[in-house]
Design a protein around this ligand. Sequence first.
Ligand SMILES: [Zn+2]
Ligand SMILES: [Zn+2]
Length: 223
Amino acid sequence: MKLQVHPINLRMSNAYVVELPSALVLVDAGSPGDTHKILSRLNAFRGKPLRLIYITHAHLDHYGAAASIQHATNAPLAIHAEDARALAKGETHLGQVRGRGRLTAALMPIVRRLFPVEAITADHVLQDWQDLGDFGLSGQVLHTPGHTPGSTSLIVDGRLAFVGDLFSTFGKPHTQRLYAHDWSEIEKSLERLNALNLEWLYPGHGRRPLSGEQFASLVSTQR
Ligand SMILES: [Zn+2]
Ligand SMILES: [Zn+2]
């Protein structure tokens, strides 16, 4: 069996189940309150254990249910070194905000009170180009900072990528335009990812992936 990608469309973001022959990898873990939906999807793969919870970056819509999913599954959690501290404190740093992002930034204190995030300490702190073979996955970590300092893309089989918030297909496909720790790093990260000539790229927001060609043309509009 080749691996299969199963999206989980959540209220605020997407998580993905990467189904391997005898195990599962979860990419991102939704918002607080998404635990039940994610666990029921994981449980539908009867007998396949969760080997890894891979978090693309430390924003509450991507790791909000991570602690409760870990309690239920005992799976180890991994995130890049530069986002590990925010995760361990249950924090979400938006960085510099533009456009509509300003509204979210203004509402963040209320969001934090209504949807408290359970902090979680990473079991594995990832570095750029780290191999994930130990988790049964033909995968590598590509450090793609900018949105947050420790944003990464998970590269699988050298042909698929899970990119977190580097771009979105919510509405017309667009690269990150609301929040950035460093805007210039986002451009470099897009180029870095584009150089891999991938087949499919899966975003943290929006209902559809982009083909490698679609992604290349999106990146070319940024130059
Ligand atoms: Zn984000
Ligand atoms: Zn997000």
